[in-house]
Design a protein around this ligand. Structure first.
Ligand SMILES: [Zn+2]
Ligand SMILES: [Zn+2]
Length: 129
């Protein structure tokens, strides 16, 4: 890939702020609109919560990895700010991303309860302790 060309294209896009931006999710194939109210920077699919490893830091598009980042867990940061922890399926990088206003609630919840729903030990014995 020609790094210089890629960067030039990126700057082209930034000049036209009024155009609708979006991307096609590499995982589920849905079209994702990046212009979401209440979301400064949309980088993951609201349906499957997958992201693509394009950034070193949010929005910089500096990573050359390009692999799908899968949601690992949700966490709470500060006061009621939910973040999704993404792990790159290619290089293993971990990233924390704010959830977006239109993220699928069921997908978020199933991610949040995953450790409880799939405990690595039997829950029955806990009461006897
Ligand atoms: Zn998706
Ligand atoms: Zn990666």
């Amino acid at each position: 890939m020609h790094e210089k060309n890629r960067k030039a294209n990126h700057h082209e896009k930034h000049k036209r702020k009024d155009t609708k931006r979006g991307f096609t999710c590499l995982y589920c194939g849905r079209t994702v609109n990046t212009e979401v109210p209440g979301t400064a920077y949309r980088n993951h699919c609201p349906w499957c919560l997958r992201s693509v490893h394009l950034d070193e830091y949010t929005g910089d598009r500096a990573a050359s990895c390009g692999n799908i980042m899968e949601p690992l867990a949700v966490a709470v940061r500060g006061k009621n700010e939910w973040i999704i922890i993404h792990r790159c399926t290619g290089c293993g990088a971990l990233k924390a991303n704010r959830i977006a206003g239109d993220d699928n609630e069921m997908a978020l919840l199933s991610l949040a309860v995953r450790p409880v729903a799939q405990p690595p030990f039997p829950l029955d014995g806990l009461l006897d302790r």
